[in-house]
Design a protein around this ligand. Sequence first.
Ligand code: FEO
Length: 175
Amino acid sequence: MKDLLRLKTSLNEEIEKLLNDQIKVEAHSSAIYLAMSSWCDNQGYDFSAGYFEKQSGEERKHMLKLFKYINDRGGKAISPEIFNIPADFESFRSVFEQALEQEMYVTQQFNNIADQCFKQKDFVTFQFIQWFLQEQIEEEYVARRILEMFDVIGEEGTGRWEIDKHIPKVSYSAE
Ligand code: FEO
């Protein structure tokens, strides 16, 4: 019996827990981006609403990627409960500030998982999360470029309308 249990998974218990915790973080990101999309839509920032809706979908894909990995390796992925999603935000700018903070937090979480993978000598999971670490370069880059527009364009007059219009054009190239 003991041997059968050992054969069931080669995922270390602690790593499995960290990955399940990350599923919660990604699910939370997906939900918060959807809330941001709704708020932007309500305020008349249509392009930003579309941007956050798309981001929300991306975060769900990240969550599912982790979900599949845990189960593929013989672990047990846990469907996350999501709490504390705000319906309102202070300002147009604060939405993007919060989005950048969220991405910086996600990067920190993956760095921590990478660190634990090294400590546990789990190089398979270490390899798996490289994709996420790479993805974070883009996520943080885009969030920062958008925030810079608030300073470059300015929020006076038609500024916010102008910023909103430019949101879909912000993209990242690794080249
Ligand atoms: Fe899944 Fe934007 O981190």
